[in-house]
Ligand binder design. Structure first.
Ligand code: GLA
Length: 396
């Protein structure tokens, strides 16, 4: 057992005083490209990581749910299944459970969807750096699906696990995100990236083999306070842009990413300047993601790296979700010898960026980026090499 499995098991023992039946894992994620378009029906290309969340869990037949966290400390949260089922699916009702709102939201969604789940004890421990934008909440939600599926023998596949996890995140935790994080945390595969069409949910795996390159994850450690309000603002701007385009053209496009870059020229003049920039990011990022998957499958890391750069520039200039810390770390990476590309990943405003660096120089490059970042920003970042892992509902 690794240290996080041991921590989950020790936490289980501390709070519940007996041996857990199962130890399970769900990964965090890093998105290679396709940013801020999973709520615009676009394509995304994330990987599931070897860092994530572990659970020690056992079934209970008395209908009680008890949840404890090795990282958050405090008392275990205890709720009867019937009481949970009586709660309205809204943040107001789940807020009092703090971190446990995620697993409780998932249990409530599973049961409401007709899955025969019931009581359980679960203790969790995570290896994801907190607040880093590597999807700790989606990891915990999908983990809860995996725990309940294992304890209650549920016939739950990855697509439904991610839909129910997303429903819990939106309704019970009140975060209006897209489906990318839950999807990759549910079905990701080691050594692969997943190309997901977030409109149709069609998806396919692409071997992620950067050859003599290493994918660095660079955590700016910038607290992401602004992210939630700006995230919703960007969503609203995209909806407004789509509404204007549909009205002007007399069409009913389902999402911004159903517009191809060539067609976009036609709608250029219709949008006010800010909405034009937001929509242009969505349309071009969607095209970049498709190309990136092609380059990746051909092992053309050079051109893949160029797309990473173009993606960041679009997120910086058109979508305006980067900020000083992310731009600083990305620029420091780009200045480093042999780096093929770098971009922010996730929601932005803080959190993490990625860079494709030659493996033989990865260590010295990381040190150089860290020193330049400290100099410019005044505090330390953290840089790790990304390692991928199987998610609990990985498809073969
Ligand atoms: C967050 C959200 C995702 C996605 C990304 C941006 O991680 O949870 O759904 O929108 O931001 O690509």
């Amino acid at each position: 057992m690794n240290e996080f499995e041991l921590a989950a098991k020790a936490c289980f023992d501390l709070h519940f005083g007996y041996e857990p039946e199962r130890i399970l894992f769900a990964p965090g994620r890093v998105n290679l490209i396709g940013e801020h378009i999973d709520y615009n029906g676009g394509r995304v290309l994330p990987c599931s990581l070897s860092i994530g969340t572990y659970a020690a869990a056992s079934r209970r037949d008395d209908g009680l749910i008890r949840l404890a966290s090795a990282d958050m400390g405090g008392e275990a949260v205890s709720v009867a299944f019937d009481e949970l089922m009586a709660l309205p699916h809204e943040p107001g009702a789940f807020g009092r459970f703090s971190w446990a709102a995620y697993p409780l939201g998932v249990a409530a969604k599973l049961a409401s969807a007709g899955y025969a789940a019931g009581g359980f004890d679960m203790a969790v421990s995570g290896s994801l750096p907190r607040g880093s934008g590597l999807s700790s909440s989606a990891s915990l939600e999908v983990l809860t699906c995996a725990v309940l599926a294992a304890l209650y023998d549920l016939e739950l596949d990855g697509v439904n696990a991610s839909k129910l996890s997303l429903a819990a995140e939106r309704d019970c935790a009140g975060v209006n995100c897209g489906i990318m994080d839950q999807f990759i945390c549910a079905v990701g595969r080691a050594d692969h990236a997943l190309l997901l069409d977030t409109h149709s949910l069609e998806h396919s795996y692409f071997p992620f083999d950067p050859g003599e390159y290493t994918l660095l994850i660079m955590n700016t450690k910038k607290p992401r306070r602004l992210a939630d309000s700006k995230y919703n603002e960007r969503r609203a701007e995209c909806e407004e842009a789509l509404r204007i385009i549909n009205t002007a053209l007399g069409e009913a496009r389902p999402c911004l990413c159903s517009i191809e870059p060539e067609e976009f020229e036609r709608v250029f003049g219709l949008l006010p300047p800010v909405l034009l920039k937001r929509a242009r990011h969505a349309v071009t990022e969607n095209a970049r993601t498709k190309l990136a998957a092609e380059f990746l499958s051909r092992g053309d890391m050079l051109r893949f790296g160029e797309l990473l750069n173009a993606s960041h520039d679009s997120l910086k200039n058109d979508y305006e979700v980067t900020g000083f810390e992310l731009d600083t770390i990305v620029e420091a990476a780009r200045r480093s010898e042999g780096v093929l590309g770098a971009r922010m990943t996730g929601a932005g405003f803080g959190g993490c960026a990625i860079a494709l660096a030659p493996s033989r120089l990865a260590e010295s490059i990381s040190e150089k980026i860290a020193a330049e970042y400290r100099e410019a920003v005044g505090y330390d970042c953290e840089i790790y090499s990304a390692k991928t892992a199987d998610a609990p509902f990985a498809e073969k």
